[in-house]
Design a protein around this ligand. Structure first.
Ligand code: PMP
Length: 460
């Protein structure tokens, strides 16, 4: 167990840490320094990081404005732990956050500082709408990802389990209705309406609907703007609070400061985390004041006052706003998407390229395995894993996600330069070609063995 070399560190990690560790399995890197897009490992290798702390690092690693903000708090003698007390640092964060919100919400918003992770904010949002409506069901979508917590409240003798009604999320490439496009989104909306209005559907009016404007972990699936507006109308007409989870899509990532701005939808509740803490843990729920019906202490927690995260977050929000990085993410993302679509034309194993802003997904498929007519070929998770490993060998870190862990995901910082984008695409193209070459061709259908099931992709 001795040694400080990176191989010893990795060996000790695999011996001591839980089997649930995720990224550490597919990315055997020991980061020791980082700046912007680049991470340097203890082995001396440098990597271009398009995972960005699972979409957290809007400004990349250790941006000077973030470091400066943290140092300022440390040098000021301000307390680092303050529970949920008011401080100048928190006041500045709240002001900067409210300045970025859709106007209609900002004018009438309340913010709840909750536990530090995205999943804490989701829990808080669900509790909020249940308290405010007195109802307990929840509408959520296929492919959704909202976090990993469950049970703490139940174990504390709190509220009963949330009863979730699962609705079809529009998915043009793997449309649950087999139609794709606008028609698929229309059918998803009709299904939602019919469940809510049919007295015999088995679904009573729920406490809320929770939705991602672009599903991230679900495989980078942007919801059509019209469909988002439709969800807003459906929920507003029935007095169901609409909760939009912007944990991953927020702070410029999709080409707008908040992804709801694309459709103009103003939610009743927004769930925010990841980038708002400027790389440190921070999560909040922002909601209309009319929902603020809970009692003092109804949602508590020891770690709701991370001063360093608030300072880093204020600096990040201000930098993204002042430097119009959302706009930059939109134009650069569209260019990258176009280039990837060009690449896809030459690689039949690329089934789909999609995304919004700098939230990009490349779905890998098995083009030789014909599915039923009019459906997409089966997903190719083993190939996706191979592409991820080939990327790593070329000094590029990418994420995997999607229903079948077959979507290679790019979440670069919004500060990505044109030259860096070219370097990322070059390395990705090389890695894709290498993984494709190494792919074992499928046996003929009569002798086809079942596809191997790879380890599940990282989720967080
Ligand atoms: N919501 C969304 C949309 C997310 O992408 C994530 C994390 N990937 C979460 C919630 C949960 O956040 P955390 O991992 O910080 O709990």
């Amino acid at each position: 167990m001795r040694g400080t070399g990176y191989e010893s560190i990795l060996r000790r990690q695999s011996l001591r840490e839980s089997a649930a560790r995720t990224y550490a399995r597919s990315l055997p890197i020991v980061p020791v320094r980082a700046r912007g897009l680049t991470i340097e490992g203890a082995d001396g290798r440098r990597y271009l990081d398009c995972l960005s702390g699972a979409g957290t690092l809007a400004l990349g690693h250790n941006h000077p404005v973030v470091l400066e903000a943290i140092k300022k708090v440390l040098d000021s003698g301000a307390p680092l732990h303050v529970l949920d007390l008011a401080t100048p640092v928190k006041d500045a964060f709240t002001s900067e956050l409210f300045a970025t919100l859709p106007g209609e919400l900002a004018d009438d918003a309340r913010v709840q500082f909750c536990g530090p992770a995205g999943t804490d904010a989701v829990e808080a949002a669900l509790k909020l709408v249940r308290t405010a409506t007195g109802r307990d069901g929840l509408l959520a979508f296929t492919g959704a990802y909202h976090g990993m917590t469950a049970g703490a409240l139940a174990a504390s003798g709190g509220a009963p389990d949330v009863r979730v009604t699962r609705l079809p999320y529009p998915h043009a490439y793997r449309c649950p209705f087999g139609t794709g496009g606008e028609r698929g989104a229309e059918l998803s909306a009709r299904w939602t309406e019919s469940l809510l209005d049919d007295p015999k559907s088995g679904v009573t009016t729920p406490a809320g609907m929770i939705v991602e404007a672009v599903q991230g972990e679900g495989g980078v699936i942007p919801a059509p703007d019209d469909w988002m507006r439709r969800m807003r109308r459906i929920t507003a007409d029935r007095a169901i609070p609409l909760v939009v989870d912007e944990v991953q899509t927020g702070v410029g990532r999709t080409g707008a400061f908040w992804a709801v701005e694309h459709s103009g939808v103003v939610p009743d509740v927004m769930v925010l985390s990841k980038a708002i803490g400027g790389s440190l843990p921070l999560a909040v729920v922002v909601y209309r004041s009319s929902l603020d019906a809970w009692e003092p202490g109804a949602h508590a927690g020891t770690f709701r006052g991370n001063q360093l995260a608030m300072a880093a977050g204020t600096a990040t929000l201000a930098y993204v706003r002042e430097n119009r990085l959302a706009e930059r993410a939109g134009t650069l993302g569209a260019r990258i998407l176009g280039q990837l679509q060009g690449l896809a034309a030459a690689h039949p194993c690329v089934g789909d390229v999609r995304g919004r802003g700098l939230m990009i997904g490349i779905e890998l498929v098995d083009p030789d395995a014909a599915g039923p007519e009019d459906t997409a070929p089966p997903a190719a998770p083993a190939l996706a894993l191979a592409v991820q490993q080939e990327c790593l060998a070329r000094g590029l870190i990418v994420e995997l996600g999607g229903r079948h862990s077959a979507v290679v995901r790019l979440l670069p910082p919004l500060t990505l330069t044109d030259e860096q984008a070219t370097a990322v695409l070059d390395r990705f193209a090389d890695a894709l070609a290498a993984a494709e070459r190494a792919r074992v061709p499928r046996p003929s259908p009569s002798r086809r063995a079942p596809a191997p099931v790879p380890a599940p992709g990282p989720s967080h």
